[in-house]
Design a protein. Sequence first.
Length: 259
Amino acid sequence: MPSHSHIQIIDSLDRGLSYAESCFETFRVVDGAIFLWDKHWQRLNHGLRSFGFDIANQHDEVLASCLQTAQQQGNDTLLRLTVSGGDAPWGLQQSVPPNIYIQAGIYEQPAQNIRLQSVEYPFPVQSKPAKFSADYAHTLQALQHWQLEAPQSPLVCKDGFILGGITANIALLLDGMWLTPEGEGILSGCVRQYLIEQGILLATPCKTQVLEKLQAAVLLNSGAFVQGIEGINGKLLDHEHIAIYDLKQILTGQKGVSL
């Protein structure tokens, strides 16, 4: 039975909670290293500039705090770095320094039997240059709309095109070539972008019809890095395909990566 909500009487409230004025990044810290830290920092600051924030001069301080926090948890830590609009009294047009939050926990391997079900995204898609908290509010609403039963997880689609998982990009093996969806509404994930730059993934609009012809598929994010998918829409896939092994080999040995 759920516990009662905690009621607080306050004079000010974080603007990230009041108006979703916040961006965040999630990543692993493995043996004191963050894979593609500069990419995460760049994307975070890009998003924050849309709110008029500039924390670029706090780079060294934020990085040191992330590494120190991770070290206190262990050798493999999952971190969420969130920057929000700061504490402010009532009023939309306030100008206050942003708040920086670091949340950490020991990384736990996700479930291996990933099965996806195609669902239609119920909102208009928008450009995603950064991880805006407001975007994930829509994701939570969409999850309530879809009402999928475990172990199925959404494969988000829109108007006949594949977008990706709810918290991960997707890569699709078709005729021996790795494709990853490209277009409006798709976050350019750091691992996805790295594999594109390595010439391993081809970013291109992907119609839902390709799902019938897949040889294999993986989810990509900065937590699990690469996860083989066991099935999509009831069709079983080879989640141990040799091409998935080859994909993982591109990342194996990089600082901050553990597969």
